[in-house]
Design a protein around this ligand. Structure first.
Ligand SMILES: *Cc1c(COP(=O)(O)O)cnc(C)c1O
Length: 468
């Protein structure tokens, strides 16, 4: 399999190249040159196989450098220590309505499913090349912890995580700062998440710094993350009777990575009738689907902070598909977006977007109300992101969509957002046993000012990364 850029101006690359350098030199995102097809018979056989086996099969379709048996070994290790034997179990709420629980990983959010496998993949590829990588990432909470859990103690990488000081929950901070591994550095920046993000972008944009330190990125545009996220669409669909049954999904959406993985599974032959893009008050994609105009607005703070995003990076991948893989057109749209803060879809693109996706924006009031309703009706605590998904699922059903099963993705454990859960339900969401220990461990982090040069010096003095 080769990978091509959504902007059409980069050399085709192999899986191992695009994992270590996920952004194409023309500014685009990598896409597989074709969609591997999974036949109905193979789909049906997934029904009796464990999560790791299905994951290995799907990864091997996207990376011909490693065979399925080698993938199986990596996947078994990655998914073997989740807090649930099925890794991503389904919970039936009522006839035909299910939650797909994606929060049984070590840091209690769905980011673990991709990062737990991305860690070993990166290490393996680096060993083959005899390189070390210096990974720098900004986090508003969930990604940082998942990346640390996935990369702590790995010889071939150093990991620097920037978070806005005081702007993440105590549990989110502890999940990162209790890590004592020598290759992990937590930096609390005296600034906002946007400040952290801009510094990371500036470091990647500094060619000398980036080459010298061999910088690597693990953000949500990394193709391996999308592949890992396809797996639970397949496992949940076959568990509910696909390919014979008709299914639709509702996906709490920020960067569009998770919901795009669903669209990819559909392209590969999984019969999904509709995918709901569930957003909070940051409703850019809902506005796009209703008007065809994709227009940036200021980011609003909501009860579901992991989705407080205006720039849904992976949406570029959907544009590429909608345009019939027209890289020149995607380039033009992305240029419009960066120059004018907006672009417009043609009537044809808008209509094919609506063939696959439904979109609904959920305000904080409706989010809280859904959390309360889940407690009353199902005796269940859910986190605010999962609540956004369920509200959109309900809306999608009200449009008259006829399916056998509606599956709403639960992207975080309620204990990760204790204050919001308590306020909506009057209940405290207890931390799972496996995580409780972090409450007593010593923390390790450094506080730095919002000053790019100081941060660069800090990183340069500590990284061991080299490129051969
Ligand atoms: C990251 C995240 C999302 C958004 O996922 P995208 O792939 O960025 O659309 C939703 N919910 C939670 C809890 C998250 O951490």
């Amino acid at each position: 399999m080769r990978y091509i850029s959504t902007r059409g101006q980069a050399e085709p690359r192999l899986f191992s190249d695009i994992i270590l350098s996920p952004l194409a030199p023309d500014g685009g995102l990598y896409m597989p040159a074709y969609w591997p097809q999974i036949e109905a018979q193979t789909l049906a056989a997934f029904r009796d196989r464990p999560f790791a086996a299905v994951a290995a099969h799907i990864f091997s379709l996207f990376d011909n450098e490693m065979d399925e048996a080698a993938w199986r070994a990596l996947c078994e290790k990655a998914y073997g220590h989740f807090n649930h034997p099925q890794v991503t179990p389904l919970r039936t709420l009522s006839e035909g309505l299910h939650l797909l629980e994606l929060f049984h990983g070590p840091t209690l959010a769905f980011k673990d499913i991709a990062l737990q496998i991305l860690g070993p993949i990166i290490e393996r590829k680096l060993h083959q090349r005899g390189e070390r990588l210096c990974i720098i990432a900004a986090t508003s909470g969930d990604t940082g912890a998942a990346a640390i859990k996935a990369l702590a103690g790995r010889e071939a990488v150093d990991l620097f995580i920037l978070h806005p000081k005081g702007a993440i929950s105590a549990i989110q901070r502890r999940m990162m700062s209790v890590c004592q591994a020598e290759n992990v550095f937590n930096i609390a920046i005296d600034g906002s998440f946007d400040d952290c993000q801009s510094m990371v972008k500036a470091m990647f944009g500094d060619e000398v710094f980036s080459q010298e330190l061999n910088l690597g990125a693990i953000n949500s545009i990394n193709w391996a993350r999308i592949v890992a996220q396809m797996v639970y669409y397949f496992t949940s669909a076959v568990a509910l009777g696909a390919p014979e049954k008709r299914l639709a999904y509702s996906v709490p959406t920020g960067n569009f990575g998770d919901v795009f993985a669903g669209a990819a599974a559909q392209k590969m032959g999984l019969p999904i009738s509709m995918l709901a893009i569930a957003s909070n008050e940051n409703d850019i994609l809902t506005r796009t689907l209703s008007s065809g105009a994709h227009r940036l607005e200021a980011v609003r703070k909501t009860l579901s902070p992991a989705m407080d995003i205006q720039i849904s990076s992976n949406f570029e991948r959907a544009l590429f598909e909608l345009s019939g893989r027209d890289g020149a057109l995607v380039s033009r749209l992305m240029e419009d977006l960066s120059k004018t803060g907006q672009y417009h879809l043609s009537p044809e693109m808008l209509s094919s977007l609506r063939d696959t996706f439904f979109a609904h924006a959920v305000d904080d009031h409706a989010t809280s109300a859904m959390m309360t309703q889940c407690l009353q009706e199902y005796d269940l605590l859910i986190d605010p992101h999962s609540a956004v998904g369920l509200v959109a699922a309900q809306k999608m059903r009200e449009t008259g969509l006829v399916v056998d099963h509606l599956i709403s993705l639960a992207t975080a454990h309620p204990a990760k957002f204790p204050e919001t859960v308590l306020k909506a339900t009057g209940r405290k969401a207890p931390l799972p046993e496996a995580i409780k220990a972090i409450e007593d461990l010593p923390e390790r982090l450094d506080v730095l000012p919002n000053d790019l040069d100081r941060v660069k010096k800090y990183i340069k003095a500590r990284t061991r990364a080299t490129k051969q």
